[in-house]
Structure formats: C-alpha cells, structure tokens
Design a protein around this ligand. Sequence first.
Ligand SMILES: Nc1ncnc2c1ncn2[C@@H]1O[C@H](COP(=O)(O)OP(=O)(O)OP(=O)(O)O)[C@@H](O)[C@H]1O
Ligand SMILES: [Mg+2]
Length: 260
Amino acid sequence: MSLLELTKISKHFGGVRALHEVDLSVDAGEVVALIGDNGAGKSTLVKIVSGVESPDTGEIRVRGESARLVSPRAAAEAGIRTVFQDLSLCDNLDAVQNLFLGQEKYGPMWSGRRIRRHVMEEHAHRILESLSVKLRSLNTPVVALSGGQRQGIAICRALISDPAVVILDEPTAALGVSQRAEVLDLIHRLRDQGRGVVVISHDMKDVRQVADRVVALRLGSKVAEFRRGEYTPSDLVGAMTGAHEGDSSVPAGATEGDEL
Ligand SMILES: Nc1ncnc2c1ncn2[C@@H]1O[C@H](COP(=O)(O)OP(=O)(O)OP(=O)(O)O)[C@@H](O)[C@H]1O
Ligand SMILES: [Mg+2]
C-alpha cells in the first residue's frame, strides 16, 4: 500500500490547465523525483498535496484511506510535510527557534507556560543528529549558516512532527557542489528512516543519484515514469521536452526539411 497516492488530479486556474489527470504515488522508503519544464505543473501538484491548493477533480489517498487535504494543517495531520523552495527560515533566529517556529514547546500552566528552551534544544539535537546535519552551535542566527545547513534546518523542521511523507521543492537549487552532496545524503537518510520522499528537481544529475523512481510532467500531464536504472539521461530530457514524441529523430519544433 502506498503512503500517498494521487489519482487523476486535475486543476485549472481560470483558463489555464495546470494539471490534467495526474497520478502520483510514493511508498515508504522510496524517493520519487518529480521533473518537468517550467510551467509543467510541479509546484501546483506540491501545493495540492500540501493543502495549499485544492484539486478540481481527482482523489488523494493516504495509507489507502481517502483524504481531504483542505489546509496545510490537514496535510500535516495526515503526515505530509513540505519544504518549500524559499525555506521560510527567519534569518535573525537561531536553529532551535527556527525548528520550533509555530510549534514551540511550553511549560505547564502553573509556570506561566514559559517556552522550554532546554526541551527544544534536546529535541533539536536529536533530529539534527538523525540526519547528520552538522552545526557548530544551536545559538547562531541562521543567516550566518551555509546554504546546505539552512536546507538541513528546513528539512529538520519538517521532521519535528515525524511525518511519513516529506516533499522537497528544489532542495539543491542554488547550492555549491559539496553542499549539494550533503543534501543528497540527507535525502537518502530520510528514505532510510522509512519515509516517503518526493523531490522536485531541475538537476538531472541529482535526480539520477537520488531517485528510486522518476515521474515526468509536461504541460500539466504525466508523460513518463521511470524506475532507477531503467532510463538514460536523454530519456529524462526527452520526456520533459517532448522531443521523443513521434519521430524521435526530429527535435520538437523542427519540421521536415529543416537542417538538423
Ligand atoms: N495561482 C495561479 N494562477 C494562475 N495560473 C497559475 C497559478 N499557479 C500556477 N499557474 C499556472 O499553472 C501552470 C503550472 O504552473 P506550476 O507553477 O505548477 O509549474 P512548475 O512546473 O512548478 O514550473 P516551474 O519549474 O517554473 O516552477 C503554469 O502555466 C502556471 O502559469
Ligand atoms: Mg514551480
């Protein structure tokens, strides 16, 4: 049984068809990469499983049960957490404050419900360690950290509620080579923890390294699905651009008689 299963999801924005009958599933301990050109519908699909947008039609099942993800809270309660591309970290706050932003731990009523920093620090320590995110100090404002560390904190924040499914929107964009490797390691650890992971990426090298399965969207439709080891780099590019449709020797946009 899949942790998350979307069936025939469609979504329009006015006259724009953002998604058309898209299927997507993710199992426990599986990394699924979602690829597609600009405007393919990736973010729209992510917003739907995050409870930010609702689909026009289609079905969402979580662990086999029909689910209505009407708000980000409903998605979180269903065990689905998303790390959006902008990370939404507060630069002036430290790692612990960012990890627990909006989900702070308070002491009992009789103590005036003071924030329990030591409890949060201990929890933060455990979660950061579980993904091997290395920080020199938990008290440094996150503005001073590297891109890889910031991504690590954003992912750990998603893990505070121990979600079954983690969705990452372009987690390696704007990272240097070594930081990218760190984040890819982190994705493998999420998978090894038995979570289902959906990763949106434009980077085909990252996709090949990290994905057990690749789903390609084009112009709002799912156009291809590949299992690890069953595709070539040009299969991925072909699925995204549509170059493999029809006569594969003629690139998209070219007409017969063009000089190739
Ligand atoms: N809120 C909205 N209002 C109107 N149109 C929208 C809205 N959100 C998305 N769209 C349209 O839906 C289509 C899919 O957009 P989406 O953002 O999901 O693509 P994407 O695959 O995430 O692209 P990118 O790689 O550029 O992020 C596009 O044509 C886009 O213009
Ligand atoms: Mg997008």
